[in-house]
Design a protein around this ligand. Structure first.
Ligand SMILES: [Fe+2]
Length: 228
């Protein structure tokens, strides 16, 4: 259910979700415990009572974070279960999910609730800008869709071909081609990458793919070489 991923950081895998054109994705969320004991939930996966109880056992849920406008499916359930939590919208989500009780908008500056503990960079994307986070205590960078790696054999038939061409099923996690093309403006993407490269990253977590723990800085350099 919840597994430790370093000091004050846990991850939980959710059930696969089906997105556009019938592509299904494995899902993962992260839970960070902040200095005041409150919990920061990143990209919550499908809600269930057992996961809710496991999370609640770690502390009070203070923040629910939707790191891009594509990761919002489970938020209503989590917000209903933890009505005191602040609800943080990635760019575009307030309009897309107007019925949710958003309290904050994610941007260049970390919310005061986690500033100094979790850093963030806004990676521009014409499809869905993504807020990339860095959890200092565990040295963990959190990527939502920007980096992906599906397990071998995850997709069959034409989807397998499309996924391979898109870079979603390579030997190590990669930025899918659709997101490379959408990384505009280029200057903003390079600025975000420079910010990420300055973080002392030891582990790279992603919503769709297994964590990278070996030579994380070298992996990130390879993964973003296309950006120049
Ligand atoms: Fe995703």
């Amino acid at each position: 259910m919840l597994s430790s991923s370093g000091p004050d950081l846990w991850i939980a895998d959710g059930p696969p979700i089906t997105a556009a054109a019938g592509f299904h994705y494995p899902t993962r969320m992260a839970v960070a415990r902040l200095a005041d004991g409150g919990l920061w939930l990143w990209s919550p996966v499908a809600f269930d009572a057992a996961l809710r109880d496991a999370v609640a056992a770690l502390g009070p849920v203070a923040h629910l974070v939707a790191p891009n406008a594509l990761h919002h499916m489970a938020l209503a359930d989590w917000a209903a279960a933890f009505p005191d939590a602040r609800l943080h919208a990635a760019p575009g989500l307030r309009a897309k999910r107007a019925e949710l009780a958003w309290t904050d908008d994610l941007g260049a500056d970390p919310h005061p609730g986690w500033a100094g503990q979790i850093d963030q960079a806004v990676f521009p994307n014409a499809i869905a800008p993504e807020i990339v986070f860095f959890h200092r205590a565990s040295g963990t960078a959190l990527f939502t869709d920007l980096l992906q790696q599906m397990p071998p054999g995850w997709y069959r038939g034409w989807r397998g071909l499309v996924a391979r061409l898109d870079g979603m099923t390579g030997p190590e996690p990669a930025v899918p081609r659709k997101f490379r093309l959408a990384a505009r403006p280029r200057a903003g993407a390079r600025a975000a990458l420079a910010q990420i490269a300055a973080w002392p990253v030891e582990t790279v977590l992603m919503a769709h793919g297994n964590p990278v723990t070996r030579d994380a800085p070298g992996f990130l350099r390879r993964a973003f070489r296309w950006l120049g």
